[in-house]
Each structure stands twice: as C-alpha cells, then as structure tokens.
Design a protein around this ligand. Sequence first.
Ligand SMILES: [Zn+2]
Length: 97
Amino acid sequence: MGSIMGKKQQPRRKHIPQRTCVICREKKDKRNLTRIVKTLDDGIQIDPTGKMNGRGAYLCDNVECWQKAASTDRLAQALRTAISQIDRERIEAAMPH
Ligand SMILES: [Zn+2]
C-alpha cells in the first residue's frame, strides 16, 4: 500500500509541438492551446482539431486569455479581422473553466 510514490509513467521521447498564445505570448505545448480560426464564410471558429482552413491563432488554457480574446482587439488583430458579437459569444462558450 502506497509504495509507489507518484511515479507516473511519462513518455518523454515524444516531441510535443509548441505554440504561442496570442494574448499572453507564452509558449506552451500545443495540446494546452486551442486554435481559433478565421474562416472565410463563418467568422471565427474554435478549431479543436487544428486542421481547419483559414488564418489561425492560438489561445492557451488560461481563462484570462480567453476573456481578453473576447473583450480586446488582440485576437482580432492576430487574425486580421473584426470580432462580431456572434464570434464573441462563440469564444465565451468555448472558454475553459
Ligand atoms: Zn495565454
């Protein structure tokens, strides 16, 4: 009982791509970031697969970054677009908590 003290198996060999959050500019593992894409037809979309076409920007899993993304121009500038009310609601709905 309790002889294994927190020795989790952590494969270290695997290369995890790094991306920069557009709000806090911190580099993190890609899996801790969410890709936001400006699509041609449908405004800003959350792209959990990272494979959607369009100009993309990454947001980290810090809720403050998502709030800033929804309330400031930083994400809009990164995506070279304007964020509409619908886009804002979409971002807020996808916000981590
Ligand atoms: Zn961030």
